[in-house]
Structures are given as structure tokens and as C-alpha cells.
Design a protein around this ligand. Structure first.
Ligand code: ZN
Length: 222
């Protein structure tokens, strides 16, 4: 039985909650962390979504944890990917995220595999959020809205350009959950900087709309 599991911070992506659990637990291997949470040793780490979420949730109920629906909608990119999809797609993808482990199936259903939208290469962060989070919580975490595709600014600090950490976002180890304590040296991509200077207001607008898409439920009857 699980003795402890961190509560997600505001705007924290579920991947990051598992990463913090790994650090706090003192587990030396990620296999042990995955076994603690899922009761099995093999699981693909996914930065934006989750699989078998209900299996983890079974272990969390004893902590009077936040509702499963809230975990799904506020701490994964489920809403971002499904807000403009048909209800059938919403239901199918939710079913996989909660009860199955077939990650490629959920990406196929959501059309993520074939699209041309460029994801971040590395986990990203905002310097001001980093400072504030450490001051408020004594640790850092990965913000969901900082990882959204095409988002270059922090929505909480509109003049702060998001920086790349040294942690791979999608191409890193699929069996490890890397915490934001490993941010390393921040890297600013200069091409992106030029682009941002030229199109600042447009990019700030994209940030605002993308954050809305990721955090609000649009009840479209598609
Ligand atoms: Zn910020």
C-alpha cells in the first residue's frame, strides 16, 4: 500500500507529480516507483497525458485525493487535445487514459502522431515561476501550460519567455520521470528569440488562447 503521494500543485502536469513522488520516496530506480504506483514494473512515461490513471488513483483514494476527473482535466493535456473533438473521440481517449496502457492508440485517436505542430524538445519553464514555486513550496515542478505547443510565453508572467531545460520532453527515456529539480542550465533558442521579438503580441495572444483551451471545458456538441 502506498504510504504517501504528492498533491498536484497549481498547473502541475501529472508526469511531474510522479517525478516528485520518485524524489520524495527515495527510490533509487524508476522501476520501484512504477511498481509502487501501478503494481507493475513496465510503463511508458508520457509527459502530456497518462495511461492506466485509474490504477494509480485506486492507491490514492485513501489520501482523500482530488477527484479522478479533476486529475485528468487539470493535470494532463486531455482538455487541450479533446476540446474540439467529437464526443466519441473524447470518450475513447478518456477510456484509454484511465484504463488502458496503449499510448500509441490514444495518440492515433487524437491525431497527435500525424500532425505538424511542433512540440517542445525539452521541458520548459519560466524563471519567475521557478523562483516563486521554490519560495512557496520549497521545490520546483513542471507546469502544464509551459509545455503547450506553440506557447513561448508564461501566461502568469506575460513578459517572461519560456526557457528550455536540459530534460528531454518526448525523446527522453520512456521509463523515467525526471523532476524539475533537474532543470540544469537554462537554454534560450536564439531563433525562437528573434521570432518572438517580431511577433510578440501575436504570440502572447496564442499563449492566452492555448491556456484557455488546456484549462477550460468547452461543451461543444460535436
Ligand atoms: Zn511564470
Amino acid at each position: 500500500m502506498l504510504g504517501y503521494f504528492p498533491t498536484p500543485y497549481e498547473d502541475e502536469i501529472f508526469y511531474s507529480v510522479i517525478a516528485r513522488y520518485h524524489v520524495h520516496s527515495g527510490n533509487l530506480n524508476f522501476v520501484d516507483t512504477i511498481r509502487d504506483l501501478y503494481g507493475k514494473t513496465q510503463l511508458k512515461a508520457t509527459p502530456d497525458l497518462a495511461t492506466n490513471l485509474s490504477a494509480v488513483y485506486e492507491n490514492l483514494k485513501v489520501f482523500n485525493y482530488l477527484p479522478l476527473e479533476e486529475l485528468l482535466k487539470k493535470h494532463t493535456m486531455y482538455l487541450y487535445y479533446t476540446n474540439f473533438t467529437k464526443s466519441k473521440v473524447k470518450d475513447q481517449s478518456k477510456q484509454i487514459i484511465l484504463y488502458e496502457s496503449n499510448l500509441s492508440k490514444v495518440y492515433r485517436i487524437l491525431g497527435i502522431l500525424g500532425n505538424k505542430i511542433k512540440e517542445p524538445n525539452f521541458f520548459r519553464f519560466c524563471n519567475k515561476c521557478l523562483e516563486e514555486d521554490f519560495k512557496n513550496y520549497g521545490e520546483n515542478y513542471w507546469h502544464l501550460t509551459h509545455q503547450l505547443p506553440s506557447v513561448f510565453y508564461c501566461h502568469k508572467h506575460p513578459d517572461e519567455i519560456l526557457l528550455d531545460s536540459e530534460i528531454w520532453y518526448r525523446r527522453g527515456s520512456r521509463t523515467e520521470f525526471k523532476s524539475a529539480s533537474l532543470i540544469g542550465n537554462a537554454v534560450q533558442n536564439t531563433n525562437e528569440l528573434e521570432l518572438i521579438e517580431k511577433n510578440k503580441s501575436i504570440l502572447k495572444r496564442i499563449t492566452k488562447e492555448s491556456v484557455k483551451l488546456a484549462t477550460q471545458s468547452y461543451d461543444w456538441n460535436l
